[in-house]
Design a binder for this molecule. Structure first.
Ligand SMILES: [Zn+2]
Length: 361
């Protein structure tokens, strides 16, 4: 039994991966955070890693959004200098590469990085872009950055952040995202910004159908022109919305562990991913916030296989779905699709074929 598990873990680790939904602010090395907290005497326990952990990672927290989002509030205090931001970004990309993520879309909010120290948001965005390209040169990974707007931030600020993204399209930034409380803050006020994003050429992804009902998904698609929906796990609750996402070929960025930790899903065994795949939705598997959730993309693939029992062909399909919904120009997206189709084995070793050679890719 143990051997079988070890084999699956090894197979999944070596599998080339795509993560389309990962927040920079939730992808920070705990060891580095401890070092920063000590150096700058931040108001968190710094005796050792275990003392700091519950402040920046989900441990025994209740499964609520409030508890989950509380970690981001603490993390904002760690962006102390351009050098620290550079290091945190570089390490986030390095960690993805170490998990054999070959194509990553990393999202970040310039306001989160800049607020505590009063950096300019445009400067913070440029530091992130520079650090990502340094990491891309050092590791076998391709990264596109997505700028995240927050629903509860004042609209003029969202406008400012969106303009930072518009100006950097094709220069590191590939998409625009909307995150935050979708119950209290509807999508409509953001329509002009997302209309402009579409005209500029940015890919659009919106967190929806996570906290609120399936109607959030409709809003994301009709009011914000979303090509992809972050989570969207409540889509199947409404047959008209299901019809809409099929017509539009909307992709879904599903994040399993995150859904459990925020209480969106109460039991992993009953995660809607299984049904989403069954009805043929373009579902993908992603991490959301690997350091807050203490997970890797390999772990998420393992949950999909071992707990949700989706089977390797369906897992492979989720990776191909991710390739076909990447925010890339059409020719480059086609290259990514063909590359992954060639790289991904048709079966895992337990099904009779060894993917050992994949560790070389
Ligand atoms: Zn997210």
């Amino acid at each position: 039994m143990k051997e079988r598990r070890e084999q699956i873990v090894a197979d999944l680790k070596s599998l080339p991966k795509i993560d389309l939904h990962r927040h920079l602010e939730g992808s920070l090395r705990l060891e580095t955070l401890l070092e920063i907290a000590r150096k700058y005497r931040l108001n968190v326990p710094t005796k050792d890693l275990e003392a700091l952990r519950p402040f920046v990672q989900v441990t025994n927290d209740p499964p609520t959004h409030e508890a989950f989002l509380g970690k981001f509030e603490v993390l904002r205090h760690f962006y102390r200098s351009p050098e620290m931001i550079d290091r945190l970004v570089y390490e986030a990309v390095a960690d993805a590469a170490a998990d054999h993520v070959k194509y990553l879309e990393l999202r970040f909010s310039p306001q989160a990085l800049s607020r505590v120290r009063g950096f300019s948001m445009a400067d913070a965005a440029d530091w992130v872009i520079a650090s990502v390209s340094r990491a891309e040169a050092d590791f076998d990974i391709q990264v596109g950055l997505i700028v995240t707007l927050v629903r509860h931030d004042p609209l003029p600020q969202a406008q400012q952040v969106a303009e930072i993204a518009f100006a950097r399209f094709g220069k590191g930034i590939v998409g625009l995202d909307l995150a935050g409380d979708e119950v209290k803050f509807p999508s409509r006020p953001f329509t002009p910004l997302f209309k402009e994003a579409r005209e500029v050429g940015l890919g659009i992804t919106v967190h929806a159908g996570e906290w609120a009902s399936a109607f959030g998904v409709r809003e994301a698609i009709l009011d914000l022109f979303a090509n992809r929906v972050g989570h969207g796990v409540r889509t199947l609750e409404n047959s008209e919305i299901l019809q809409l996402v099929r017509e539009r070929q909307t992709a879904f960025e599903v994040c399993l562990t995150s859904n459990l930790q925020t209480g969106v899903v109460h039991e992993m065994d009953h995660h809607p991913l299984v049904d989403m795949l069954d009805v043929g939705l373009l579902a993908t598997i992603n991490t959301d916030d690997p350091s807050i959730s203490n997970c890797t993309l390999s772990d998420e693939y393992e949950i999909a296989l071992e707990q949700l029992k989706i089977g390797y062909p369906a897992l492979r399909q989720t990776i191909m779905n991710a390739a076909s919904s990447a925010f890339l120009p059409p020719a480059k997206r086609q290259d990514l699709i063909e590359r992954f189709d060639g790289l991904l084995p048709t079966a895992l070793s337990l099904d009779g074929r060894s993917p050992a050679s994949l560790s070389q890719v």
